[in-house]
Design a protein around this ligand. Structure first.
Ligand code: 5AD
Ligand code: FES
Length: 346
């Protein structure tokens, strides 16, 4: 087998690595982390320049019918203080976001039956009517292909649905038996065939995840080619079955960001809030590893601390404008520039 440095060279030149080669890179990452990050930024810059795209994130409901073992807003957490924004509130926040320069709004929520499919369809129509030059991204869990189609016809452009792990047995250890790995993957395929720009992704260091699993993730991403990939370290939440589990590492996450950039050169790759929570400079490090998206929180200040997926989540005390300005400064510190743009794939 080639040396780790040679493997990074090969990957940068477009060579398809085997699972074992990815595994070697992951195991020997300390030898190649800097080279991988340099190459990843070079590849990113060749397609996007030093431009970083911003997405205004609105966490519109923390009700959820699911019971993922890792997640703080799981149905089985009686301590979660539940809220649901009204469509009018969401439109107001989105408009404020537009004035701050956001040309993408991301509506993220738990799988809340109280926010009906029809309500969301109507809301998407209004968001598009309000600002036709703005992309609408949905992140609202698993639904039928028919429902995804209605939202697409209403004007939704993108959908984020992390698969969480590509290993079916591992999936079954992170979720109760009511949740199906096959259905999750089917949703990604449905979204793709409906013409959405699709975001997949996984947690890094979730309980039971192996380095082999991570190598397999790279092969899945290379095959499925999502337009967007969201990854972040697993972080425990005190009121979940995984309260006592060990957190995933920021350094492994940033290395994987570089590998993902080298594997999918044009991917839209966020430096996530979880990464910024695991390490105070995590988002900057993510950008320096090859990421090119950040998603400041636009949710009204009063609900932010209720959308607690994991303990110690950052940006829960800020106003939209503050968070946006803070993040802009952080991005500039990396030598990149935030742009007012929808940020579609190059
Ligand atoms: N730690 C890190 N990420 C989490 N997510 C949910 N719970 C946690 C946690 N405890 C991630 C999942 C989900 C996304 C919205 O947030 O990957 O898809
Ligand atoms: Fe939200 Fe800094 S990015 S406060």
């Amino acid at each position: 087998m080639d040396s780790p440095l040679k493997l990074i060279d090969g990957l940068s030149g477009g060579r398809k690595l085997t699972r074992e080669e990815y595994l070697t890179l992951i195991r020997e990452r300390d030898q190649v982390r800097e080279t991988a990050a340099e190459r990843a930024c070079g590849v990113r810059n060749s397609h996007y320049g030093n431009r970083v795209f911003i997405r205004g994130l609105i966490e519109f409901t923390n009700y959820c019918r699911n019971n993922c073992y890792y997640c703080g807003i799981r149905a089985g957490n009686p301590k979660a203080d539940r809220y649901r924004l009204s469509p009018e509130e969401i439109l107001t926040v989105a408009e404020e976001g537009y004035r701050l320069g956001f040309r993408t709004v991301v509506l993220q929520g738990g799988e809340d039956p109280g926010f009906s499919e029809e309500m969301l369809e109507e809301l998407v129509r209004k968001l598009k009517a309000q600002r036709p030059d703005r992309a609408v991204t949905l992140s609202f869990g698993e639904h039928s292909s028919e429902t995804f189609r209605k939202w697409k016809e209403a004007g939704a452009d993108r959908y984020l649905l992390r698969h969480e792990t590509i290993n079916p047995e591992h999936y079954a250890s992170l979720h109760p038996k009511e949740m199906s790995y096959e259905h999750r993957i089917q949703c990604l395929r449905d979204l793709r065939s409906l013409g959405y720009q699709v975001g997949a992704g996984f947690m890094v260091g979730s309980p039971g995840q192996t380095e082999e699993d991570l190598a397999q993730e790279m092969l899945f991403l290379r095959e499925f080619r999502p337009e967007m990939v969201g990854i972040g370290p697993f972080l425990p939440h005190q009121d979940t079955p995984f309260a006592e589990e060990t957190a995933g590492s920021a350094e492994l996450t940033t290395f994987l960001l570089s590998l993902i950039r080298l594997t999918l050169p044009r991917v839209l790759l966020p430096a996530t809030t979880a990464l910024g929570t695991a390490d105070a400079e995590g988002r900057e490090k993510g950008i320096l590893a090859g990421a090119n998206v950040v998603m400041p929180n636009l949710s009204p200040a009063g609900v932010r601390e209720k959308y607690m997926l994991y303990d110690h989540k950052i940006c829960t005390g800020e106003e939209a404008a503050q968070c946006s300005a803070c993040l802009a400064g952080r991005i500039r510190s990396t030598g990149c520039e935030i742009v007012v743009d929808r940020g579609d794939p190059a």
